[in-house]
Structure formats: structure tokens, C-alpha cells
Design a protein around this ligand. Structure first.
Ligand SMILES: Cc1ncc(COP(=O)(O)O)c(C=O)c1O
Length: 369
């Protein structure tokens, strides 16, 4: 389909950065620097400073960032890990792949973990909590960290959608034992393929994840310390991501501007509930996704697609309703309501104000007609 407003415009995104990206690719290829080289180390160091953490370990996906964080933290059989069902399947899969048990709690109005439900979900088997900072907004980390501290639980942040967002001045990923990010192409900092990273202030955990990503082997000695994985972030991706990272603060500003345009244009429509506004000083939201709740959601989605507007639904079926996952015993009313109402509207750094106005007008027309 020939969209007038694309959800993400990958070719335009590349063309705007073409000369910088081509130069970075050329440098990597002509130096033959393909695996675990200088560009990866530089990118890791830049991400660590951007987030405000001591260490960063580049991996091949956000999924592995979660999985290896849990393994490094010692999560395994017999342990329970509390998270949400309103998330991408990877959050829950990472727990299951450690042979631990996911315990799902409901979300609140801002689509994030309802922290008040966490305490009720804690059992003697609970070892960790994975808050998911969805759509570029953090969970209430003040309350969550207090609960984790009180019950001596580990916190692994799923910050796949929250690079650059902060809460009380602290960046996503810098509050828990580890912070896990994804560089999936459509993310706020997207690669030209898969990628992810873990950040942490814990040296031992950083060292363990570094070993996990490279078959458990010490490169210097050749000694294999345990069975690991191949989960290295490609040097080429790291070099490209490092180019993009320099633009991230400007991109975040633009995203916030676009979110305010949507907010202004949609807030008078009673059929649409816009995301909660950032509370100055408390939440700094980066709008990785601009998600609204809409009456007659499925009809609206069909109408917007007819208008040439590309929208997404994340996720029409919450994880506990995915039959194959065997999580049907959870009852999560807000998650279930949300899954019937959410639409992600196009918001990216390539979109123009006029395109956003067109989306707003089209939504208004749908409800007027
Ligand atoms: C909330 C959330 N968690 C985890 C992931 C997994 O990241 P990746 O696709 O890089 O494995 C994603 C990305 O798709 C995500 O949105």
C-alpha cells in the first residue's frame, strides 16, 4: 500500500543521515573491523555515559539483553519473576528461557506496571521484577524500587522502548540491576538489523554478561568458563548506532514536539484518550510510540488505513491470552481493556507537522461521520 503517512519511513531516515552513515560503514569495512572491535567499545562507552551507567555490553537483541541479565543475576528453575502481560512477548520469553516462572500483574492508565499490584504478587519464590517502560515512559520507579528493596528482589528494567526517558532525573536503565535496550530498526535508536545492549553499575554482572555473549570464553586466554551464547552486537551495527546516538537528543525533542501537536489536536475528542502528560520533573517521556485509547478502535484503524495512514496495534492480544504460552490463569482487567482500545499513531523524526495534522483531521472526520 502506498501510504501518505508511514509509521516509520526507513528510506527517508537513511537518506537524511546518508553521508555520515556511509562514512561510518566505509571506515568499518575498509578496516576489516567486523567483530568486537573499537567501534563497538566506543559505542558501549557512549551508551553507558548517555544512560548514566558504569558499563554497557552490546548484544544481538533486546531479547538477549533480558535473557542474559536474568541468567547473570542467577534467575533459574524454582524462581518467580514478576512482570506485565501488556508487553512484547520477549519480556515473558526471557523469563521462561531461564526456566523460571512468569507472574503477571496488571497495568495502569499509563500502560505501565501498576506498581501497587506488585506486592500482592510476591511469594517466597519471587526473585526478580521486570518493569517494562512502555512507549518511552518509565514506570513509577520510586515506588517499585522501594518494594524491591523491602523484599530484597532484583530489578531488571525492560527499557527496550525507553532509551533517553527518565524518572525523577534518572534515565531508564540506570535504576535497576541492569537496564535492557533494543536497537530493533523501528526503535528510537534503531540499527539496520537487530541489536541490543545491557547497561549496569555492577562490575560482576557486566563481566558475566560479557562472557555469556561470547560463548563463555575469555578471549585473552582462550579459556571457556561455562557454556555461553553467541550474542555479540556486530561492529558494523555499533558504528552506525554510534552515528545515530549523536542525534538522539534532537530526535527526542522533536518527538516531544510532535506528541504535543497530537495532544493539542486530539484532546477535545471525547472518543480518544491521549497518553498521560509528562509531569514536570517527574516523568521525561520520549514517545517511542504515541499510543492513544480509542472508541470503536477497529473501525478507526480501518478508516485511517483507507486514508493512507499507517497505524499499529500493540498488542491486540495480551500475552496471557496467547494460548500457546500457557498463561491463561491470570486475570488482568485493565490489560484486557487496553488491548481492545490501543492504537499507535505515526510519530517519527521524518514526519512533518502537516502529516500529523492530517492524521488528527482524519480521526476527527471518522468520529464526526
Ligand atoms: C518492550 C520490549 N521488550 C523487549 C523487546 C525485545 O527487543 P528485540 O526485538 O531487540 O529483541 C522489545 C522490542 O521489540 C520491546 O518492545
Amino acid at each position: 500500500m502506498n501510504y501518505k503517512v508511514r509509521f516509520v519511513d526507513f528510506p527517508l531516515h537513511y537518506h537524511r543521515l546518508e553521508s555520515e552513515i556511509d562514512a561510518a560503514i566505509k571506515e568499518v569495512l575498509s578496516g576489516g573491523d567486523l567483530i568486537m572491535r573499537q567501534q563497538l567499545r566506543e559505542f558501549e562507552s557512549n551508551i553507558a555515559s548517555f544512560v548514566g551507567a558504569d558499563y554497557a555490553i552490546g548484544l544481538n537483541s533486546g531479547t538477549d539483553a533480558l535473557h542474559l541479565s536474568l541468567l547473570a543475576a542467577g534467575v533459574g528453575p524454582g524462581n518467580e519473576v514478576i512482570t506485565v502481560a501488556h508487553t512484547f512477548v520477549a519480556t515473558v520469553a526471557a523469563i521462561v528461557h531461564c526456566r523460571a516462572t512468569p507472574i503477571l500483574v496488571d497495568v495502569g492508565e499509563d500502560f505501565n506496571m501498576d506498581v501497587e499490584q506488585v506486592e500482592k504478587a510476591i511469594s517466597p519464590q519471587t526473585k526478580a521484577i521486570i518493569p517494562v517502560h512502555l512507549n518511552g515512559r518509565l514506570c513509577d520507579m520510586e515506588r517499585l524500587m522501594a518494594i524491591a528493596h523491602k523484599h530484597k528482589l532484583l530489578v531488571i528494567e525492560d527499557a527496550a522502548q525507553a532509551l533517553g526517558a527518565s524518572f525523577n532525573g534518572k534515565k531508564a536503565g540506570s535504576l535497576g540491576l541492569t537496564g535492557c535496550f533494543s536497537f530493533y530498526p523501528a526503535k528510537i535508536l534503531g540499527g539496520f538489523g537487530d541489536g541490543g545492549i545491557v547497561v549496569t553499575n555492577n562490575r560482576e554482572i557486566a563481566e558475566k554478561i560479557r562472557l555469556f555473549r561470547d560463548h563463555g570464553q575469555q578471549r585473552a586466554t582462550g579459556e571457556v568458563l561455562f557454556y555461553g551464547f553467541n550474542s555479540r552486537l556486530d561492529n558494523l551495527q555499533a558504528a552506525i548506532l554510534d552515528v545515530k546516538l549523536k542525534h538522539l537528543p534532537d530526535w527526542i525533542e522533536r518527538r516531544q514536539e510532535l506528541a504535543m501537536l497530537y495532544e493539542k489536536g486530539l484532546s477535545d475528542l471525547p472518543q480518544i484518550q491521549t497518553p498521560p502528560p509528562p509531569q514536570q520533573g517527574r516523568y521525561f517521556d520520549v514517545y517511542t510510540n504515541y499510543v492513544v485509547r480509542a472508541e470503536k478502535r477497529d473501525e478507526l484503524v480501518a478508516y485511517l488505513r483507507e486514508c493512507g495512514i499507517e497505524v499499529l496495534i500493540s498488542w491486540p492480544k495480551p500475552m496471557h491470552h496467547q494460548q500457546a504460552l500457557g498463561l491463561g490463569h491470570f486475570h488482568l482487567p485493565e490489560t484486557e481493556r487496553i488491548s481492545k482500545e490501543v492504537i499507535s499513531l505515526p510519530l517519527n523524526t521524518e514526519i512533518s507537522n502537516e502529516q500529523v495534522e492530517y492524521v488528527i483531521e482524519s480521526i476527527g472526520e471518522f468520529y464526526r461521520d
